[in-house]
Design a protein around this ligand. Sequence first.
Ligand code: BES
Ligand code: MN
Ligand code: ZN
Length: 463
Amino acid sequence: MITLHAAEAPLWQAQVPLKVLWVRQGKLSPQGEALDIRLEGLLRRAWEGAGLKGESGESLLLATPEGHFLLVAADGYARQAGGRLAQLLGRYAFLEALVEPLEDGYALAEGLWLGAYRFLRYKGQPGERPLALHLLGVEEGVLERARKVAEGVYFARDLVNEPPNVLTPEALAEAALALRPLGVEVEVLDEEAIAALGMGAFLAVAQGSANPPRFIQLRYRPEGARGRLDLVGKGLTFDSGGYSLKPTEGMAAMKGDMAGAAAVLGAFKAAALLGLPVELWGYIAACENLISGRAYRVGDVLKTLSGKTVEVMNTDAEGRLTLADALAYAERQGAERILELSTLTGAAVVALGEEVAALFATEAAWGERVRQAAQRAGEKVWPMPLEAAYREKLKSPVADLKNVGDRSGGAITAALFLAEFVRVPLVHLDIAGPAFAKKAHALGPEGGTGFGVRTILEVAQDL
Ligand code: BES
Ligand code: MN
Ligand code: ZN
C-alpha cells in the first residue's frame, strides 16, 4: 500500500529516512549534484565505483552521514521509472521516502501507483507495509488524478486476477453494481431477459455452464456532458474452449478472458471518480464457455440479435459470438461510435507479441483518435487492416456467416466478423497479448495488467 504526497522542502533539508535520487545519462539532477557537493562527491563515487552505467532499472542504496539514499537510473519513460521504483521500494523496510522530480510528474505518479499494485487476497501472509512517498515538485491535484486513474486500473486488475470459481458471470455483475454509489447507472439482465431480447449467439455460448450468464449495461451521464462514448468489453469469465477444447496450458490464462470487460469497468470507475465531463455507455455479455450435455456444438446455427445467422465451426471462437450480440445491442441503444476491447485471438499475440494490442477500425478517423489516445496513455497498440478480401473466409454454406476463417490472418477474420454486426464506426482492440502479464514488468506484477483502462480514459477526455 502506498500513499503519495506533494513535498516542497529542498532535497537536502527534508527529514525522511530515505531520499530517492534519479540518475539520468550517468548524472545526478542539479539538486542531487548540490547535495553530493555537501557529501564531498560520495554519491557519484559510489555510483561509478559500483560500475553502474545508468541503464534503466539499475539502483544503489547508500547509507551516508546525510542519511540513506537510493540512486535509481531513470533513462526512458517517467511512468516506467515510477513503476520500477515502487517495486524496488517494496523490497526494503523503509516506511517513508522522498522522491525527486522527473519532467513528467503525472506519469511518475501514475507509474508509482501502478508499480505498487499487488494481488494478495488469497495469500495467507501478513498484509502489505504502508509506504508514504513524498514527491518533490508535483502538485497535489496531479497526484489525485493519478490515484483515481490507478484506482480504475487496480479495479480491472483485481477482476482479471480473481479465480474463475469466484468471478462467475454473476460476480462480475455484482462488481459492476458496486459502481452505483459513484453515480454509475448499472442494469443487469438475467438469462430470461437475454433470451427475450433475442441474443441467440450470446446465449449459445453461455448454455454449457451451470453458472447463468448476465448482460451488464452501464451508463455514466454527468450533467453537461460534452460527448458520448460507447464501450463494449468481452466478458468470458472462463473460456475452456467448449467442445473445441483448449489444452491445459492454454486454459490456465483463460480466467483472464474477461479482461476487456474489466477494462471497461475500470474505466467507468476512474471516470466517475474523476468526474469526466463525458457520457460513457458500457455493455458486457458475461458468461462462461464450458462443456456439458447442454453446451453448444460445432455445427450449430445461431440466430444473433442483429438477425444474422452464424454457423459455429469452432466453439473456441466464442468471444466474437458474445460480442456480436453486445455490439448490435449497443447500436440499438443509440451508440454513435463504439470502442470495443477483447482478448479475442491467439493470432493477435502471434502477430504482435505480448505487449502490443491490435487495433482495427471500420473508420480511419476513429481509429486514429484511439491510436493517439493509446499513445498518450502509454499503452502500446498497432493498427491492423480490416482486409475486405478475407471476408469470404467467413462464408458459410448454410448460414449468413461462420464463426471462424482458416488458420491464416486469424486476428483479422475475427475483427471482420465483429464488423458485420455494427454500422456505426467501430474500433476493435484485440488485447489478448497485453491484458495478462506472464511475468513482472515495469508497471506491475505478473497477472492482470488493466490494459485498456488508460486508453479509454484518454479517448473519453478527448471527446
Ligand atoms: N480467449 C481466446 C483468445 C486468447 C488466446 C486470449 C490466448 C488470450 C490468450 C479466444 O476465445 C479463442 O480461443 N480464440 C481462438 C480462435 C480460433 C478458434 C479461431 C484462438 O485464438 O485460438
Ligand atoms: Mn475461445
Ligand atoms: Zn475466449
